[in-house]
Design a protein around this ligand. Structure first.
Ligand code: SF4
Ligand code: SF4
Length: 361
């Protein structure tokens, strides 16, 4: 097989494995090394200290796989962009759409490893390294170079005609492959600023997100108390946030995008969890609720912290005596983790203050 045939064969294999899109990027260093270093230096990665480690690997795929020639980039679409089924008037705390189905790390890794195994057998002298999310790889830039989409002002990869509800994976390889038509210089946003205007914490400046302000970071990565400044903005999110995707014009369903299939693995098992249930969870309840889910990284104390903030926000608009009572109990329950007790106390204090402001003089 020549390089052209080999490339087409590999792209066909990606399709057979169920990936919605695949392309080949050159294994070249990032164009955004300086911006990445500035972002890290200004502390916008918060407690995600792993992002500041292995920067040399992150900015150049040939450091991770010496002699790398190409990156096989794949994408799974996990949501159609249709309206959220979660009822905002219910007691449910919402989770981001990517976490509503099976753990995508496992789904994608399994398929990428199948591909790596087949390619290793066929090309035993070459190297193949599969990466999904956790490896130090600037996956959106590689995906853009592979023609899978273009990065928008909200920093997410947008595939023309399909939107940004995409999960990405890569195989870095020493194998010589033909690179796909790049979308490197494509701007999917033009004059649009909807995501910037809609972000409740003002975390987005065009093509950069301050993670320390982002609800996804605060609810998933941040391990300690969340500054009260962000509580109201967090709304009913208890794991992640989709607002900058919900408002994006590329994610509004069209006649064409409605008919595109979503892999069975990502069908929604739940849109969220009942807040009172979460506030009553034991560790084994959390494990059971998160089985086969990518939500496992959120520990019990973090989930209760998030549920307390969402519960406090629900109580702003509608009284719920059971929720109110549970917040009171948690504030004085010494068996709870400090983060839970402290957040419960913060929520109670905010409510007392709000009630005093409302009371007639
Ligand atoms: S995920 Fe939410 S908080 Fe984070 S940038 Fe998008 S809209 Fe803002
Ligand atoms: S909402 Fe508008 S500005 Fe933001 S990513 Fe989508 S197209 Fe770009």
């Amino acid at each position: 097989m020549n390089t052209h045939q080999r490339t087409n064969h590999i792209l066909a294999m990606c399709q057979e494995l169920g990936f919605d899109n695949a392309g080949i990027a050159p294994a070249e260093p990032t164009r955004w090394s300086e911006q990445l270093r500035q972002w890290l230096a200004s502390g916008k990665h918060g407690e995600m200290t792993y992002l500041a480690e292995h920067v040399e690997l992150r900015v150049d795929p040939t450091v991770m796989v010496p002699g790398a020639n190409a990156i096989i980039c794949v994408a799974h679409r996990y949501h159609s962009g249709g309206p959220d089924r979660c009822d905002p008037s219910s007691r449910e705390g919402r989770i981001a759409r990517y976490a509503r189905g099976k753990d995508y790390h496992k789904v994608m890794k399994q398929r990428l490893h199948t591909l790596c195994d087949e390619l290793s057998q066929r090309y035993p002298e070459e190297r193949f390294r599969a990466c999904v999310d956790t490896a130090p790889v600037l996956e959106r830039e590689h995906a853009q170079r592979a023609g899978l989409g273009a990065v928008g002002k909200n920093t997410l990869l947008i595939q023309p005609g399909r939107g940004s509800y995409l999960l990405l994976g890569e195989i870095i390889t020493t194998l010589s492959l033909e690179t796909s038509d790049s979308l490197q210089d494509h701007d999917p946003c033009s004059t649009c600023t909807r995501c910037i205007d809609a972000c409740p914490t003002d975390a987005i400046t065009p093509w950069s997100v301050d993670a320390t302000r982002c609800i996804s970071y605060l609810t998933i990565e941040h391990r300690s108390e969340i500054d009260a400044e962000y509580h109201e903005a967090i709304g009913d999110w208890i794991f992640g946030c989709d607002i900058c995707q919900e408002v994006c014009p590329h994610n509004q369903p069209t006649r064409r995008s409605r008919t595109q299939r979503i892999d069975e693995a990502y069908s929604e098992r739940h849109t969220g969890f009942d807040l009172l249930d979460v506030l009553n969870w034991s560790e084994s309840d959390r494990r059971e609720a998160f089985s086969q889910s990518s939500m496992k990284r959120a520990k019990l104390g973090m989930m209760k912290r998030n549920a307390l903030i969402a519960a406090g926000n629900k109580l702003r608009t509608k009284d719920d005596p059971q929720l109110r009572e549970r917040i009171h109990q948690l504030a004085s329950d010494d068996t709870q983790e400090p983060i839970v007790q402290q957040t419960a106390a913060q929520i109670m204090a905010a409510h007392t203050e709000a009630a005093q402001k409302k009371a007639p003089d």
